[in-house]
Design a protein around this ligand. Structure first.
Ligand code: NAD
Length: 460
């Protein structure tokens, strides 16, 4: 059977299930999410091992950013779902009275989720949790670059759920291409901007709405009044997490010239103290996902500009934590998302110059980070930088707050999710106006003769 036919059948089966059972009750959704929670809990070891095999992820990071993260999201979704599904009352203007109005969230139908390699557990399951909470059926396509995690997820999901409700596919470009010929009710894609464009083009054939969670170059601005010690600690944390393969990792640093040498001194000391003289031996540093990406990152390193690190071993998918200075905007490292443990540092003399540099790059960043103790500088930068999300005096943490929407703007993405925003992303917000029948204003109906001037007078 061709992939096209196979997926056509799967989508048909899911649509039939959706139609027959719509709307899936609150208790059904909660029960399925609870089953998923138990299954993930039971598969913790297998997932941790798979993450170690695919990305050499330290166990701590695997728990905090993947398994524990997803378990926590499940717990809070199950708890809050009753509140989310409740119709939301809104005011009704006087000229429509007597009536009440509300927003009723309804499921979209059959959704497609396509996930990337870098957080293969969290970025597959987190959108799935939102989609199921909203009452949808789902086909999930995992990344071919993390074969071990993909295998565990497929086994977990396909043995837990009936395939007309949730079906997990392991596959590559060929599978995505075949999946995208089908008509879905929503496509949720996490990955690169280049592939995001292809997904949107294909979705347009069926007018299928998309959520695109993409990447880009996320800047860190370190101002003259920053707490340098804290800035260094948190930038190194955000950059080295998952070996730099984090969509919201600080991609490059813009530091005020007046504190640049102190910042660089502390930055190199911090990297040395965390990863030692031979970072290749560090248990806290993962590996790049494959040799192709390792080679790509190694080619962004200019040895003449390296002040720490710079070593790599392509066969072993290793890149040392690296800092580059005297970087120019037309250097190769500033032409693409780094997505590895290499940090270019550029200087600025006025904070407005930092904004100009960020605006000069082709894409609005997915995240931007401000290190400053001054409220007016913080406010200025928050208002002037167009970015998907921001953190002040920290990195990456904005993503961990489920009360904040997570998504990009411009080339870094369309739409957002997490917590209630995820539920909304996979729902249609249906408007309902409920009119009373005990009163009927005949003024609104034809014949209109003589009514317009009265109406205008009334509205003045
Ligand atoms: P990718 O775009 O290469 O792959 C993502 C998915 O698309 C995979 O499932 C892959 O099989 C599929 N794919 C790849 N090439 C395709 C093609 N030509 N046609 C159809 N499908 C194709 O992304 P990646 O390398 O797995 O992940 C890294 C990128 O994802 C980075 O740019 C990163 O910033 C971004 N990202 C964004 C977020 C976010 O939440 N905004 C999160 C993680 C990663």
């Amino acid at each position: 059977m061709s992939l096209d036919t196979l997926f056509e059948k799967k989508v048909q089966q899911q649509r039939a299930f959706f139609m027959a059972n719509q709307p899936l009750s609150l208790s059904y959704r909660q029960q399925q999410l609870s089953l998923l929670k138990d299954a993930i809990f039971d598969h913790q070891e297998a997932l941790t091992e798979a993450l170690s095999l695919d990305l050499n992820k330290p166990e701590f990071e695997s728990y905090v950013t993947e398994i524990g993260y997803v378990l926590n999201e499940l717990k809070s979704t199950i708890k809050q779902l009753k509140k989310w599904v409740k119709p939301q009352k809104v005011n009704t203007p006087f000229f429509l009275q007597p009536a009440t109005s509300y927003i009723h969230s309804t499921a979209l139908g059959v959704c497609l989720i396509i996930s990337p390699f870098n957080y293969p557990v969290a970025l597959t399951l987190s959108p799935l949790i939102a989609a199921l909470a909203a009452g949808n059926c789902c086909i999930v396509k995992t990344s071919e670059l993390t074969p071990n995690v993909s295998r565990v997820l497929k086994q977990l999901l396909n043995s837990l759920f009936s395939s007309d409700y949730v079906h997990c596919v392991n596959g590559d470009v060929e599978h995505v291409t075949a999946l995208l010929t089908q008509k879905f009710d929503h496509i949720f894609f996490t990955g690169s901007s280049e592939v995001g464009k292809l997904v949107m083009q294909q979705a347009a054939q069926h007018l299928t709405p998309v959520t695109l969670e993409l990447g880009g170059k996320s800047p860190c601005i370190v101002c003259a009044d920053a707490n340098i010690e804290i800035a260094v600690k948190r930038i190194v944390y955000g950059k080295m997490l998952n070996t730099g393969q984090t969509c919201v990792a600080p991609d490059y640093v813009l530091v005020d010239d007046s504190i640049k040498s102190e910042f660089l001194k502390q930055l190199t000391q911090r990297i040395k103290s965390l990863y030692g003289a031979e970072p290749i031996k560090s248990k806290d540093l993962g590996r790049i996902v494959n040799t192709q990406h390792t080679k790509r990152i190694s080619q962004l390193i200019d040895p003449d500009k390296v002040i720490i690190g710079g070593r790599f071993d392509i066969k072993n998918r290793y890149i040392a934590p690296t800092v580059m200075v005297n970087v120019e905007l037309d250097d190769p490292i500033m032409q693409q998302e780094v997505f590895g443990p290499v940090l270019p540092v550029l200087g600025f003399s006025e904070v407005e110059d930092a904004v100009t540099i960020i605006r000069s790059l082709p894409s609005h960043p997915l995240a931007a980070y401000i290190f400053s103790e001054g409220k007016s500088t913080q406010d200025l930068l928050v208002s002037q930088i167009q970015a998907g999300g921001m953190a002040i005096n920290h990195c990456v943490q904005q993503l961990a707050n489920p009360n904040l929407p997570f998504g990009g703007v411009g080339l870094s993405g369309i739409g957002s999710y997490h917590g209630k925003y995820g539920f909304d992303c996979f729902s249609h917000q249906k408007s309902v106006l409920k009119a009373a029948t005990w009163f009927d204003l005949s003024f609104a109906y034809p014949p209109y003769k003589g009514k317009l001037s009265k109406l205008k007078k009334f509205l003045e």
